[in-house]
Write a protein that binds this ligand. Structure first.
Ligand code: ATP
Ligand code: MG
Length: 357
């Protein structure tokens, strides 16, 4: 970046940074997280050996975006040789928990009930463990709306606290458990604490590793998605501050659903929206001068299917420029729209004048 200049308005910095392993994409509900994370994953697939996109939103919509059904194990996205997708549930159901042997332990169950959110944290850790062993070059997370995402990112810390508590509990209670086991005659009861301790420490290891990776800007970054409106600006600020508190790198904000003036001409409603959006765009620029602010256009149609995602993703890397007016609807349509707009303005001014008389 040159001195005093705003950083490039693209996600080139993310795509170019080959060391990045974890890319989180998050923001408020409905702003375009799934669309942006999927488009980014498509762009990355052209430049990385292998890419995995994971949805951690309980209301999964990667399947909608790609028009392909995904499950909780990675499957190849149609039309690619190196892009995989999976949808995981951050709130495990009992069937999931049954598969995790550590979750069967009575001590774990006591622990789960004493620390709210720990079961979710454990299942997240399990997913991370699974994903880490798979060796993808880059993993893109399509996260759930803000509150939930931050909770997820705080899990390693929560889990570490919970597990530490368990370890110290074991240290004080261990002997007693052995005695009780002997008394009631559970075979192998004495070894139980050690076996469990071993499992817990193993998991703690994964959690610490994940935590350290999430806090390393060479490995992890968080891309915020928002729209140019008051509430979204406010939520973005909250998100950026929380990420800073968790020590997670964030330096990119995608501002989605921008209406460019060229697309609004002739429509008073759209022109009013453009003015409103401009106000918030200016505020984004004032507040985030050291961020990459990427503007994406509001399209007439939903962004679904690989082709649409590919086309949309181009503007993550090259600033969007609206098509010239003539191309948008022909010179005649353009003139008609202008006449309609001026007529409406004349009527407005006449009404104002009449009111004054
Ligand atoms: N710039 C855009 N122009 C037109 N449609 C868009 C644009 N961005 C997103 N959409 C559409 O808006 C809808 C919501 O987008 P998306 O699913 O990406 O949002 P989300 O933030 O993931 O929502 P949720 O919080 O529900 O997960 C989708 O149908 C998507 O195709
Ligand atoms: Mg979504």
């Amino acid at each position: 970046m040159e001195d005093g200049a705003q950083p490039e308005p693209t996600l080139d910095n993310v795509v170019d940074q080959n060391t990045l392993k974890w890319i989180f994409v998050g923001g408020k509900g409905g702003v375009g997280k799934t669309t942006c994370s999927s488009s980014l994953a498509v762009q990355l697939a052209a430049r990385r050996e292998s890419v995995l996109i994971i949805s951690t939103d309980p209301a999964h919509n990667l399947s909608d975006a790609f028009r392909q059904k995904f499950t909780k194990t990675p499957s190849l996205v149609q039309g690619f040789t190196n892009l995989y997708a999976m949808e995981v549930d951050p709130t495990p159901d009992s069937a999931d928990l049954e598969q995790m042997e550590w979750a069967q332990d009575g001590f774990f169950q006591d622990l789960a009930s004493s620390i709210p959110g720990i079961d979710e944290a454990m299942s997240f850790a399990e997913v991370m463990k699974q994903v880490q062993s798979m060796d993808y070059s880059t993993i893109v997370f399509d996260t759930a709306p803000t509150g939930h995402t931050l909770r997820l990112l705080n899990f390693p810390t929560l889990l570490e606290k919970g597990l530490n508590k368990l370890v110290s509990l074991k240290a004080t209670m261990g002997g007693m458990v052995g005695q009780v086991s002997r008394m009631v005659g559970i075979p192998g009861g004495e070894e139980l604490p050690d076996v469990l301790l071993g499992k817990v420490e193993g998991l703690l290891g994964v959690v610490r590793q994940v935590n350290a990776q999430f806090q390393d800007p060479a490995l992890t970054t968080f891309v915020c998605v928002c729209i140019p409106e008051f509430l979204s600006l406010y939520e973005t600020e909250r998100l950026v501050q929380e990420l800073a508190r968790y020590g997670i790198d964030s330096r990119n904000i995608v501002i989605n659903q921008v209406i460019f003036p060229e697309a609004a001409s002739g429509s008073r409603l759209l022109e009013a929206r453009v003015r409103m959006q401009q106000k918030y765009l200016e505020q984004f620029h004032d507040l985030y001068e050291d961020f990459h602010l990427v503007k994406l256009p509001l399209l007439e149609e939903e962004v679904r299917g690989v082709d649409a995602l590919k086309a949309f993703g181009v503007n993550l890397l090259q600033p969007y420029t609206p098509p010239p007016l003539a191309a948008a609807g022909g010179r005649e349509a353009e003139l008609e729209a202008e006449v309609a707009r001026l007529k409406a303005r004349v009527a407005e001014l006449e009404a104002a004048l009449a009111a004054k008389r």
